[in-house]
Design a protein around this ligand. Structure first.
Ligand code: SF4
Ligand code: SF4
Length: 413
């Protein structure tokens, strides 16, 4: 929808030279005109903090969106500025006008999809077989000799993809409909979401989740489910396809005490799709039910990085910390940017590598400044981005899921 620049959204003639519209939520883009340009969001925005440019801030992007809606600027001219947003939602949390920034951004992306990218993404995410083939290829390409060759001859985008492959990828592909019984008296039944990234690159986390829950008295079912929950597509302009995949995922996994998801990004997306479904991270679920196993010491100093999805969308940043605090020997090292985005932002690292590098660099520097033995993060996208950012700083610090530390503590001999 294009607004008439000569009139306000209410239909009144606009005074000459006045480019400000009154707040209006009935114009088809609810909230766009509620931004009062106060700038309170600026210091929360990782892209603005990285460059200091107004066009890399939420306020600047909203101004561009408004100009596009009013027909004062063409969509292609603002696409790049909007693409540079890493979709962390931090601006929404601090905004006194409750501007729904991310819905507005996604609305723009859906009206002007990058067809090539979204079609390619949907092609690969839509099939378990294709995903396995590409992750197998990624493992092969990760060999040092191949990487060295690729750095000389491969196009830039492929090089970035190679840099993002986790250093020790593991896969978990249980047979369709598999279920794992509780050990001892059963306390409940849960379903487990596998996810496209976790099942192909962080399979050890899924396997440890099953072992932990069984040990704690919970039966785990892994019903046949779509290969991806749709979050990556929804954040890349293919909202309708993503939401459909998400709804299918929820349908496949419902009917249990809870739907457990190891990646915070997928958890947030599925929760937003249907808040009536109980979609939890395994640690939140265990915190709710209580851990009955003995927690043995794990002597390590760690830096915890809270994913934006937990911090800014789900509002549950503390479950991992509460559990890890109870493990004897584990010591948390607070770091300056713990609640700031790492720059992962779905597939932003492919679309806008310069921006994600700049944001990732701040995060890596903050983590390295506290000298942890290990970094803990509950989201696969963040793990990939933080690991790649650290590698660029010459560090081979390990990034683990909090589940791995709990698993280590409970199953330690
Ligand atoms: S905090 Fe909200 S109202 Fe203020 S500039 Fe940012 S988006 Fe606009
Ligand atoms: S979502 Fe994050 S990166 Fe995007 S404008 Fe808001 S604070 Fe900045």
């Amino acid at each position: 929808m294009k607004l008439d620049p000569q009139t306000t959204p209410d239909g009144f003639p606009r005074p000459e030279g006045n480019t400000h519209l009154p707040c209006d939520s009935s114009d088809g883009l609810p909230g766009l005109f509620d931004c009062m340009h106060c700038g309170l969001c600026l210091q929360s925005c990782p892209t603005y903090l990285a460059t200091g440019l107004e066009t890399d801030s939420p306020r600047g992007r909203l101004t561009l969106l408004r100009a596009e809606m009013e027909g004062r600027i063409e969509a292609p001219a603002i696409g790049n500025a909007l693409d540079r947003c890493v979709q962390c939602h931090a601006c929404e949390v601090v905004c006194p006008s409750d501007v729904p920034y991310n819905s507005l951004l996604q609305g723009f992306q859906e009206r002007h999809p990058d067809l090539k990218t979204t079609q390619r993404l949907s092609y690969w995410l839509g099939s378990t077989r294709r995903l396995r083939a590409i992750s197998g290829l990624a493992r092969f390409m990760q060999r040092k000799s191949i990487q060295a060759l690729a750095q000389k001859v491969a196009p830039k985008k492929l090089q970035r993809m190679l840099q993002a492959i986790p250093q020790t990828p593991t896969a978990f592909h249980p047979t369709s409909g598999a279920s794992y019984p509780a050990i001892g008296k059963q306390r409940g039944r849960v379903s487990l979401h596998l996810g496209c990234v976790d099942s192909n690159f962080f399979g050890n986390v899924l396997q440890q989740t099953v072992e932990l829950l069984n040990q704690e008295g919970f039966a785990v079912s892994i019903p046949a489910q779509p290969s991806c929950c749709g979050a990556l597509e929804a954040h890349s302009g293919a909202g309708a396809v993503g939401r459909l995949r998400g709804t299918d995922t929820l349908q496949a996994l419902s009917g249990f005490d809870a739907i457990l998801v190891t990646a915070a990004g997928c958890q947030a997306f599925l929760h937003q799709l249907d808040p009536r479904e109980k979609v939890l991270d395994p640690l939140e679920f265990l915190l709710e039910h209580g851990i009955r196993s003995e927690l043995k010491p794990v002597v390590q100093q760690f830096a915890l990085d809270t994913p934006c999805h937990k911090q800014n969308i789900l509002g549950t940043p503390d479950a991992a910390l509460e559990i890890l605090r109870n493990i004897p020997g584990l010591e948390i090292l607070p770091h300056p940017y713990a609640d700031e985005c790492c720059g992962a932002g779905g597939i932003a690292f492919l679309r806008e590598p310069e921006m994600t590098d700049a944001v990732g660099k701040r995060k890596a520097a903050a983590l390295l400044s506290v000298k942890p033995q290990v970094v803990v993060s509950a989201n696969s996208g963040c793990r990939i981005q933080i690991e790649a950012s650290l590698r660029k700083q010459g560090s081979d610090l390990k990034i683990v899921h909090p589940i791995s530390l709990l698993h280590q503590s409970i199953f330690k001999k």
